[in-house]
Ligand binder design. Sequence first.
Ligand code: PMT
Length: 221
Amino acid sequence: AAAPDLAGRHVVVSAGGTREALDPVRFLGNRSSGKQGYALAVTAAARGARVTLLAANTELPDPAGVDVVRVTSALSLREAAHLAAKDADAVVMAAAVADFRPALYATAKIKKVDGVEPAPVELVRNPDILAELSAGRARPGQLVVGFAAETDHVLANGRAKLARKGCDLLVVNEVGEAKGFGTDTNAAVVLGADGSETVVPHGPKEDLAEVVWDLVSARLA
Ligand code: PMT
């Protein structure tokens, strides 16, 4: 069994993908299954942490010994994240959060009308939860970890994103067809604000999760 190096710690993990409603039956979403976030939650619990898992639209069973809070949209995830972060030692944002949401929500199902072209969907920006958590640390010494899903120029984009978001660690995983979203495996480079670079070879999502907790644990100590 792993050393209980996170005993006495409270960690918050987000998982899954947000859904941005267009009307009562439709949404804009993404392909996140929640597997990477759940792997983080399960491994942190095994290392002794109290874990709050913010689950956005996942179909996975609740992990034993983890507090699961269900969220839907980016705005609902934001509220739950700020609440849970209040007494957290570390927050890890593995959820795929929509950058934009529809400007208007139709309270009744949008209907097609014969001979009428559909109206374009106007989008507005969602708040950047990771940047907010990083800028306004809810607790002194709190660690904030982000994920970055990149399809190209992975490392250069990752360094720029780390600086922009202001987090302590950024897990940069390459996504694309059969990579990242929905799979049981992942590969990543974890970039530290201190300049560190940790390469995690392709393997189970739990392996990447353990490396993240190693880095978090070392920085909390
Ligand atoms: O769920 P799986 O199927 O296992 O797939 C895992 C994963 C590929 C979704 C995961 O490993 C991953 O990369 N998650 C982050 C996906 C993402 O939204 O990346 P991004 O580059 O768009 O966002 C960067 C970071 O900012 C993320 O930590 C994200 O949670 C956060 N963010 C983004 C937008 C926003 N409005 N608020 C945020 O907090």
